[in-house]
Design a protein around this ligand. Sequence first.
Ligand code: SF4
Length: 258
Amino acid sequence: MFKSVGWTWNPITGCTHDCKYCWAESLTRRWGKEFVPTFRVSYLNDQFPNDGTWIFVGSMGDLFCDGIKTEDIVKVLEKIKTAENNIFLLQTKNPSRFQELPIYRLLEELKDKIVLGTTLETNWDTSEFSKAPPPYDRAYSLINAKKMGFKTFLSLEPLSKFQSIYLKQWIMHIKPEAIEIGLENYTEFTTRPSDEDILDLLDALDRLRIPYILKENLDYLQPQATANSQQIRINPDPGKPADELEIAKSGNTRGMKE
Ligand code: SF4
């Protein structure tokens, strides 16, 4: 999970993308449950913290996977409308669904409260380890979202071997508020990129002035990255520079195991 997020909220669990490296699926199965898309209507009664915290929606599944009905996504977005002072990170490997009606209409209404995100493990085909739409399609949808005026976010996790020129171009057009970068943990379905390629990518992010967050398994590269790479704060308020903002530190996780 994105480590600058203070809360996770899981009104849905499960997913149809079948990523082989999925920790949420292995955790769910360890609990003796099936990892099938499930809408949890009782979560619509939750109270949000109303303190500016970023809330990650759906850390135990994918809200926009094809297994979740449009009407249930609408209910989740209607609930987000009631939040007064939080930013919601809506991250999916199926971002083409952002453009589906009536979802798009609601996202437009929520523009000031949401950040639209996707995961790009690489620019290459990912069908060997995931049934999610290909990275090119995900990037294209996020570029469109950016053009339509939405704030965007990228997760490069688990980062797999990539072609620098393409990945950098996509990132340049998506212009995310921040990027989270990590390697595969515990399993080995993706191909680890070289340290040189990762450092070259970090250097490009510095030059694009895109803040990034290295996950623990890349911490060892931090000293070699440039000084600007220390900038790991997220800017939910475009009126303030990122370095004036605090990272939410507490973790309140609703709906991990119920
Ligand atoms: S998209 Fe996310 S939740 Fe769905 S299978 Fe892949 S890693 Fe798991």
